[in-house]
Every structure is written in C-alpha cells, then in structure tokens.
Design a protein around this ligand. Structure first.
Ligand SMILES: [Zn+2]
Length: 557
C-alpha cells in the first residue's frame, strides 16, 4: 500500500477534530442544531489551517441521515453518504478550485447545474476553493445565484486572500475567519498523531516543528512526515533540528555567553566553529533572535512553552549577565544585520565583524541604575559599564577629571542647589566626575577623539540638556575635529549618563570671561544663556556675520 501523507491521513473527520478553530466549529454546530444554516459561507484564513476540511465536514453533516441534531451535531462518518464523500464519489457535493476554473463559463455552468435538485442527500453543496481567483465577469455571474440561490443549495467559499473579494460577494455570505493555529495547539496534536502511529518522540522536537510551521497545521504535519522518514519512526530532538536546519541550543547559548561576558578572546574560535559547520548566517541570526526573545521571556518570568527544564536552566546561565535592555538591544542588532545580509556578497565576513563588535559592546545603563549609584555615592565613574572578563577595559587608566572646571557666569550647576532646567539629576560636577568614563567609552569608538577629549577638550557649560565644549587650542581646525566626534561622544555620554545630551562647540574658554567666584550674570548682553552666547560668538567668528538682535538669536536643534 502506498504511503499516505500525514496531512491526508489525519485530516479531521469531525468538527471536534478540527484543531484550533473552535470559534468556527462551535458556531456552525449551533446553526446546524437550530436549523438556521446560511445558504452561503465564506471561510477565510491562511493556508493549512483547516478551511477545506471544515467545509467537507459541514457538507457531510448537512447530508448525513444519522446526524444527531439534539446531540453532538457531528456526521456519523459510517453511512453511505458520509463514505461516498470520503471516496470523492458523492454526487451532491461538488468541489471546485477557482485557481483552475475561474472563467465566467465555469460559473455559468454552476449556475445552471445547481438549479437541479440533489441526487441522494438533502442539499447540494458547492465548495469553491481559492474563490478570490475568479475573474471579474465570473464574480458578476456568480452574484446572481448568490442573491437568489435555490433552496436546496449551499455554497461554501474558501479563500486565503479575502481582500480580493468584491464587497457585493462579502455582503451575501456568512463569514468565518480561521486563525493561524497556535503552537500550543499544534504540539499536542502532533503528540496525538505520534501516539496513534506508535512513534516515540521528544516533546521538545514537536514544539520545534509546531513553531516552525508558523500557524499552518498542514505544514506541521508535513514537517513531522519528514522528520519521521529521516529518523525511522522516531521523532528525536537532534534529528528534528537537522531536518529543520535549526542550530543546536548549546551553540546559541555559547554565542550568548560570549557576547554577555565580552569574551572577545574566545570569539575567533567560535567563528571558526561556525564556518566549519557551514552554518547559514541568516538562519543563525533568526535562531539567535528567537533564543534572545525566549531569554527576555525568562527574565520577565513569563511562561515559555516547549522547553525542557535543562534547557531553560542553560538559557538562564548563558544570559545571566545580560539585562533585559541589553537583550532587546541584541535582538535589534541581530534583526538589522539579518536584513542587511540579504544584500551582502560576503555574509560570513559581515557576520563575523558584527559579532565581534557585539562582544565588545558596553552594557546599556538605565537611569534608575545611575540614580542608585549616585545615591550610594560611591565610585561612580570607575564602576560604570564593561564588567568584562576580557580585561580589555581594565587597561585604561582612570584619569583625573579634565583640567577646566570652568562654569560660565550665570550658569549655576545643579550642585549649587538650583535644579537644572532639563534633568534634575545631572549637573556640571557630575559630568566632570563621569568624564573619564565617557572618554574610556569614546576610546572604543574613536581612539583619536578620545585622546583629544582627555587632554584638550573642556566642558564649558551645561544647563541640564545642552553641553558646551571647547578646545583648548582654540583654532577652528581643532574645533571642527571636535564637532566631527560629536556623534560618537553623544553615544558615549548617553551610555554613561543615561541622558541624550545636545552637544555644542563653544569658542575657546580662554576668550571668555572666567571667574568662578562670580555667580552673577554679566552686565551685557542681558542674560542670554551661556551656550547661546558661545554659539553666537562662534557663528560670527566662523561666518563673519554681524550682530543685529541678539535677543532673538535662535538656537540650533
Ligand atoms: Zn453519515
């Protein structure tokens, strides 16, 4: 006997056996019981979720003489009518695929034949699959019959693309939306099949299949077929991973550990291993995103179905050093790398460079953590990010704060008791304290800029949101160089302070009146903010402009 694929062998024969569509089958059964069946149904939904199967069950239920309408309202599946339908020799049920028969003549034929009464059953039932494929004239011809169908006819239309149906059709049918079948419904169904077929199985393997099928029960059964023929009537985890091309979770755990621990030294060996395995880097990135998403679930104490306790324990260990923010950031990075690999001629190189970078990424620091550290008062600057084991970050000597502690007249920092306008928890003094950390992070992105930041840049003013910096050398070239580093500096500042600051290049600090003791506003101009003044002077210097009305000078965004 030839092998019958699972999806066919396990096609549901009763409403109760349709997986994951109870909202549809219950309504239909109730309509059957109450004798209020519509004359035209529309079953919509993605492929492989049970639309045609349900249509066939309904066709049998309508004509089965043994149906118990006081009871379960299921077809008996043993009478001559039911059997005839199983064997495709039922005269009163006509199935048509609109993908192949979509012309106006095909529909006219239906219009004509459906006038004739049923041969044996109570009703004549037309199942039209992929009905959105009908041509426009065919829809028009069909509409007439739908408007005034003969009493003895039921139409069941099925489509994967309901958007393409004319509204005139939609308004004349009872619509049922079939949903993608959830893995939590698919996995137990697959387990049921395995038990009935007497195949041994790993629960986790079934969940892998259920997830990979992405809502299609038919696809899940097809995948199970493949795994069983590969594994010899066994559904084992390793074989399933091989068939589905899913990477082993210890590999994903290893990748997570390397990134979490900044274990840069171990990265080359890992990358070589990947290359030896001949992994598909796009698939790997997909798997990593899935793994990290599961990790977020674990960290949030959310339910994670289909994982063994061992695997959950391994995942927790692998990602122990990652915060939820870090994990989300990694998911985003992997996602964007995945989409850029599509256009890359050398995915391996791109992946390797990116992965190395991820392993050197500093942790994101939340504002709450910063506040905690500030409240605890202790070693804020040196304890910031990068608790890596690689030692790469420990080599940076902690320098004393930069030379200039200049506070422009009228610019009282938060320390003086006056809250700053933008953020209440960050003042000039804080920035000076954090500066060595900022420089250290900047060094990873731009070593040359970091060297200058350390030796020749000066923080000149800060109002809680805008930070002015100047170069000690004061020439325009040095200022330009500094401005070019602002994007990287901004990132470094954000990482250390938790704030997104606006950076402004100011004129050299020496050229302005500097008297830290004086905390009153200078006599003229009348109270413009420090960096406004700086910027204005800077603009005039650079472009040779003249001052017309300093009071309305606009700040750049
Ligand atoms: Zn029957």
């Amino acid at each position: 006997m030839s092998y019958q694929v699972l999806a066919r062998r396990w096609r549901p024969k009763r409403f109760d056996e349709v997986v994951g569509q109870e909202h549809v089958t219950r309504t239909i059964k109730n309509a059957l019981k109450q004798g209020r069946l519509a004359h035209a149904f529309l079953f919509t939904g993605p492929r492989g979720v049970g639309k045609t199967s349900t249509a066939r069950i309904l066709a049998r239920a309508v004509n089965c003489p043994n149906i118990d309408l006081q009871g379960d309202a299921e077809p008996c599946n043993v009478c001559e009518t039911c059997l005839a339908l199983f064997e495709d020799r039922e005269m009163d049920v006509i199935e048509m695929d609109a993908a192949s028969y979509n012309g106006v003549d095909d529909i006219r034929r239906i219009n004509d034949i459906c006038r004739l009464g049923p041969v044996a059953g109570k009703k004549k039932i037309y199942i039209i699959d992929e009905v959105h494929m009908l041509s426009k004239p065919a829809f028009n011809a069909f509409l007439k019959t739908l408007e005034e169908p003969p009493e003895h006819v039921i139409f069941i239309l099925a489509t994967t693309d309901v958007q393409k149906l004319p509204s005139t059709i939609l308004s004349r049918v009872q619509r049922f939306d079939f949903r993608p079948v959830q893995p939590s419904d698919v996995a137990p169904h697959l387990a049921h099949i395995c038990k009935e077929e007497k195949w041994s199985y790993d629960e986790e393997a079934l969940w892998l299949i259920a997830r990979r099928a992405e809502g299609s029960l038919r696809d899940a059964e097809g995948l199970l077929d493949q795994v069983v023929s590969f594994g010899g009537n066994k559904v084992l985890l390793e074989a399933t991973r091989d068939v589905l091309g899913i990477l082993p979770s210890d590999l994903l755990a290893n990748a997570t550990k390397l990134v979490a621990n900044h274990d840069v030294k171990a990265v080359p060996e890992f990358l070589d291993d990947l290359a030896l395995r001949g992994v598909d880097y796009t698939e790997l990135l997909k798997s990593l995103q899935g793994y990290w998403m599961d990790l977020v679930f674990l960290k949030e104490d959310l339910k994670l179905a289909g994982k063994s306790t061992d695997e959950i324990e391994n995942m927790k260990q692998a990602g122990a050093d990652l915060s939820i923010e870090d994990t989300f950031r990694l998911i985003r990075l992997a996602e964007s790398l995945e989409s850029s690999l599509k256009w890359s001629t050398s995915p391996r190189v791109r992946f390797e460079i990116s992965f190395l970078r991820w392993a050197t990424l500093d942790r994101s620091v939340t504002i709450r953590e910063l506040l905690d550290r500030l409240e605890n008062g202790a070693d804020f600057p040196t304890s910031a990010p990068a608790s890596g084991t690689s030692g790469s970050s420990t080599s940076a000597p902690v320098k004393s704060p930069p030379t200039a502690r200049a506070v422009l007249p009228g610019k009282a920092p938060a320390v003086s008791g006056q809250p700053a306008s933008g953020t209440q928890d960050l003042g000039m003094d804080d920035l000076h304290k954090m500066w060595p950390d900022v420089v250290r992070i900047l060094r990873k992105r731009d070593p040359a800029a970091a060297a200058l930041a350390d030796t020749s840049w000066t923080l000149t003013a800060f109002d809680g949101k805008k930070l002015s910096l100047s170069c000690q050398s004061g020439d325009s070239f040095a200022t330009d160089q500094m401005k070019k580093s602002f994007p990287n500096l901004k990132v470094a500042l954000a990482e250390v302070t938790g704030h997104d600051l606006i950076l402004i290049a100011a004129v050299p600090v020496q050229s302005l009146s500097l008297d830290p003791a004086s905390q009153v506003a200078p006599p003229a101009p009348p109270a413009p903010s420090g960096e406004k003044e700086d910027l204005f002077a800077n603009l005039i210097n650079r472009f040779g402009g003249i001052e017309i009305n300093p009071g309305t000078a606009r700040e750049p965004k």
